[in-house]
Design a protein around this ligand. Structure first.
Ligand code: TPP
Length: 590
């Protein structure tokens, strides 16, 4: 017979063990794993867990929409190096979070999603809020295409093992999200007190074997125009000093992807900049003309590779490609690859840099001068705009004021639109890891929410979200969350009264921006986002001249209060030195 707090096993009926409710054991375990914070939103399926969470040392940051919680968990993971943890209710709670979890997946960000589900004894009866049109208790399948693993916990005794696996898998190999779908009765089940005893293993990352490191170093040393190409894997494995050591040992220029920005400090004489559609001409030209490219921690994705069109960024062959990535599936997908290696970027670059010691690379006496001239030529096209006084502001003036006002180690979190493209192309990032941006899924709505997680992870450093009005308008409740969680972040809203980037694209091809601008009764529709912030109890500033922006930023950073700075801005496009195949697809029928 079952007594309170004890459990009799059917296979060992004589043994009575001391038990404790699973939810309390789970939060104890999460504490032991070092979980400091969980982002999420409540529902009847998770309040048993919330009760335990509220009595634990773990912070719970409650958002007004699950997508915000997911992006915040993502931002937390990027800024802390630890898995982000997300809590959702079943059905609409879980589906609301999909975009944020998929965004983390496409950027290889570790995350554990704990989702409530229907009571397990109601499997097959299609209870309240269940997704069940193709199978019973099926909601976890929604996450399959973008999670490394989706678990549904069918028995209480499986919960400890599955949670341990989820944390392990989220970090192992290529990081990413793992779903643990928990029927609500399992939170309330009794489990023997020592159920959560197994911790995830300390992981050794895969290294590059010394023979291969030597071979790659020798190939780089004997190439005439070698190039290093750094992706997000270089940043997430904290491999920037190894990258620099290799580049300097053999005097090799470095280009990078969107997520690789920050791999070398901006003034480094071997830094070319970002490649691709929104990249820089000099980075694209060096990539095209390289005889050997060592690509590390990148999937050579479309935007960074100018839709793989050999006329613009990579021309492989005749360039030869060596590709190192933690995920074997990425190697050889888009370009013929001479050598592929599955390894951690830090260990691999460290080993190649070590093997390069004592060797010398191709003699290119003018290399640094050519790079500097290429960078200067490109920046001369727009750097005069950095001091433009025009109102509504030029976007470049917004970057210049940010650069003057922000400490070097401040986080700059972008969304999609001019903010992402402009920062990646034109804004100096000197401290690795301070540029946080959505790359793979490119989710509008990421920036305003991710900055909350970044600030949670790094409360002593400034965190600014540079975002469009489209993104901010999609979920302004981030301000309420920042107030409740006491997160003094700054949102700089680049306000062009529309989905500006897409408006510009449509206008370029079709001569108008139908469906892309904010309008009311045929007139431009502008929202007072600063007033929304004030209504939430936060600070809200509407900038009325270019000169006001700098002081507004400094006051916001000093205030210790969440602040929205709304900056009316011209919808000027970012230069596009590369190519994007979509521009070959559009056809104007009239
Ligand atoms: C969730 C989502 N919906 C749609 C898009 C397509 N999209 C890309 S950029 C963009 C416009 C963003 O507008 P805004 O935030 O105002 O920035 P701006 O382009 O004006 O700089 C849109 C809608 C997207 N990336 N994500």
């Amino acid at each position: 017979m079952k007594k309170h707090g004890t459990l009799e096993y059917t296979n060992a009926p004589d043994v009575t063990v001391e038990t404790r409710i699973a939810a309390y054991q789970l939060t104890d375990y999460l504490e032991r794993l070092g979980v400091e914070v969980i982002f999420g939103l409540c529902g009847h399926t998770v309040i048993a867990f919330l009760d335990a969470l509220g009595k634990s040392r773990i912070r719970f940051i409650s958002t007004r929409h699950e997508q915000i919680a997911a992006h915040a968990a993502d931002g937390y993971a990027r800024a802390s190096g630890k898995p982000g943890v997300l809590l959702t209710h079943l059905g609409p709670g879980l589906t609301n979070a999909t975009t944020g979890v998929a965004n983390a997946a496409l950027d290889s960000v570790p995350m554990v999603v704990l989702a409530g589900d229907i009571p397990s004894h109601y499997y097959g009866r299609h209870p309240h809020q269940e997704v069940n049109l193709h199978a019973d208790a099926d909601q976890y399948e929604i996450y399959r295409p973008f999670c490394k693993r989706v678990y549904r916990v069918d028995r209480p005794q499986d919960l400890p093992r599955i949670v341990e696996r989820a944390f392990h898998l989220s970090m192992a190999g290529r990081p990413g999200p793992v779903l643990v779908d928990i029927p609500m009765d399992i939170f309330s089940a009794d489990l023997p007190v020592d159920s959560f005893s197994k911790l995830p293993p300390i992981l050794s990352r895969p290294a590059l074997d010394p023979a291969m490191a030597g071979r790659i170093a020798s190939e780089l040393a004997s190439a005439r125009r070698p190039l290093l190409y750094a992706g997000g894997g270089v940043m997430s494995s904290r491999a920037t000093s190894e990258l620099r050591a290799l580049a300097e040992a053999l005097e090799i220029p470095v280009a990078h992807t969107l997520m690789g920005k920050g791999c070398l400090e901006e003034k480094h004489p071997l830094l070319l900049g970002m490649t691709g559609f929104w990249g820089t001409p000099v980075a694209n030209a060096f990539c095209r003309e390289a005889d050997l490219i060592l690509a590390v921690g990148t999937r050579l994705a479309e935007a960074n590779s100018s839709s793989w069109d050999p006329r613009f960024t990579f021309s492989i062959p005749p360039s030869r490609l060596i590709h190192i990535d933690i995920d074997s599936a990425e190697i050889g997908r888009n370009f013929p690859t001479e050598i592929g290696a599955v390894a951690d970027a830090k260990l691999a670059l460290g080993a190649i840099a070590e093997a390069a010691k004592g060797r010398s690379g191709a003699v290119r006496p003018d290399l640094r001068k050519t790079i500097a001239a290429g960078r200067d030529e490109f920046s001369s096209r727009w750097d005069h705009q950095w001091s433009s006084d025009q109102y509504p502001l030029r976007p470049e003036r917004i970057l210049s004021e940010l650069h003057k006002a922000l400490p070097k180690d401040a986080f700059i979190v972008t969304d999609v639109g001019w903010n992402k493209n402009g920062v990646a192309q034109q804004y100096p990032i000197d401290v690795p890891g301070t540029f946080i941006t959505p790359s793979g899924l490119c989710t509008m709505g990421f920036g305003p929410a991710a900055v909350l997680g970044v600030k949670t992870a790094q409360p002593d450093r400034a965190a600014v979200a540079l975002i469009g009005d489209g993104a901010f308008g999609s979920n302004p409740s981030v301000v309420a969350t920042a107030m409740e969680a006491n997160l003094p972040v700054v949102w700089v809203v680049m306000d062009n009264s529309g989905f500006g980037t897409i408006a510009g694209l449509e206008s370029m091809h079709y001569g108008w921006s139908f469906g892309c601008m904010f309008e009311c009764n045929g007139k431009p529709y502008t929202i007072d986002y600063a007033a929304i912030a004030r209504a939430c109890g936060a600070r809200g500033v509407l900038v009325k001249s270019a000169a006001e922006l700098g002081p507004a930023l400094r006051e916001a950073l000093a205030s210790g209060v969440p602040t929205v700075i709304q900056v009316p801005m011209e919808n000027a496009p970012t230069p596009t030195p590369g190519h994007w195949n979509i521009n070959d697809i559009y056809r104007n029928g009239q």
